[in-house]
Design a protein around this ligand. Structure first.
Ligand SMILES: [Zn+2]
Length: 327
């Protein structure tokens, strides 16, 4: 087949007396790519042979009938979707093509691997009569940074690792509860940061997002500082003619203003704080304009940027997700 899929387990037959499916995976993808916009699905079409079309998990996939064989559904591309075994078991067996797609899209989540998490959130609310999001908000766990730290807290073990495809809903829910307990132990005053620092962190995240967007325009990479240089980032690229990296690093101070420096480092954790000597204020638009102007100066001086996909070593899950597509 050569399409990265293994069908040895395809078990939508009844007691094995079903005739084998002839329609190829590739033909199913080629068919639906014409009709389904990836904006409202859980996968990119480039990965349609690897991730379940409903839950978005990277799993072994099965060809699932839209209209069941037993109801006269045909063995042709338009009558199949690709689902993991769990979604396949839950899939509707009705004579209604639109319902299958409504059902698939009902789990649409903004990022990958989140559909089971959404169901675990519902489970949490059933058990504790409080929305999990509310638990997070009460603790100021509302920024990407806070969530990143929250999910990286050490918690009691479960029989799967977080993010593993085969955790069931109650296990994921229990994992959430353990994270909350671990958080409360680590932050006895009950908050991740005070409200003012949360605002600063949010503004830094929003600026980082804009800078990542800018970086795609110029094929630059972005690296965010962590423990050694928090609230900093480098935006840089390699110039083959000059045989060097050129870039800019910015750093947010405690009062919300920014300082900048020129650097050949890609990693801001390697830049001493005293290097940041150029004050660039606190207004996102002005900071972005300044960065763009400096990039244009580099381009004018050093020629073309080496063409490659930029990387994003940042906290934002959106940009980290983009990273995964980079070889
Ligand atoms: Zn699935």
């Amino acid at each position: 087949m050569g399409y990265g899929l293994n069908f040895e387990n395809e078990r939508n037959g009844f007691m094995g007396n079903r005739k084998p499916i002839k329609t190829k995976v590739k033909d199913i993808i080629d068919y639906w790519i014409q009709y389904i916009d990836e904006c409202d699905s859980n996968f990119d079409w480039s990965e349609a042979d690897k991730v379940c079309w409903r839950c978005g998990y990277e799993r072994k996939l099965y060809r699932c009938h839209i209209i069941p064989d037993s109801l006269g559904g045909k063995d042709e591309p338009s009558n199949f979707v690709l689902l993991c075994s769990q979604c396949h078991e839950e899939a509707p067996n009705v004579e209604d093509r639109q319902f299958m797609w409504d059902w698939i899209k009902s789990l649409h989540a903004p990022f990958y691997n989140t559909s089971f998490r959404i169901r675990a959130l519902e489970e949490y609310e059933k058990i504790y009569h409080k929305r999990f999001e509310e638990e997070l908000a009460d603790r100021n766990i509302i920024t990407d940074h806070a969530l990143y730290k929250f999910w990286n807290l050490k918690v009691g073990r479960t029989s799967y690792h977080f993010g593993h495809p085969y955790g069931n809903i109650s296990t994921i829910t229990g994992n959430y509860k353990m994270h909350l307990d671990a958080f409360d132990k680590k932050y006895p005053n009950g908050k991740y940061l005070d409200d003012l620092d949360i605002l600063l962190e949010k503004s830094f995240e929003s600026l980082t997002d804009s800078i990542c967007r800018l970086s795609t325009k110029y094929t630059y990479s972005v690296w965010e500082g962590a423990t050694r240089n928090p609230y900093s980032l480098c935006i840089s690229a390699f110039y083959p003619d000059a045989r060097r990296h050129y870039g800019i690093s910015i750093r947010m101070l405690r009062d919300g203003t920014y300082k900048m420096c020129f650097t050949r480092e890609t990693n801001p954790n390697n830049i001493p704080r005293k290097n940041y000597t150029i004050e660039i204020g606190s207004k996102p638009d002005e900071i972005l304009d300044r960065i763009e102007k400096e990039i244009q100066n580099f381009n004018a001086q050093y020629g073309k940027v080496y063409e490659r996909k930029p990387f994003y070593f940042v906290v934002s899950p959106y940009w980290r997700r983009k990273n995964e597509g980079v070889e």
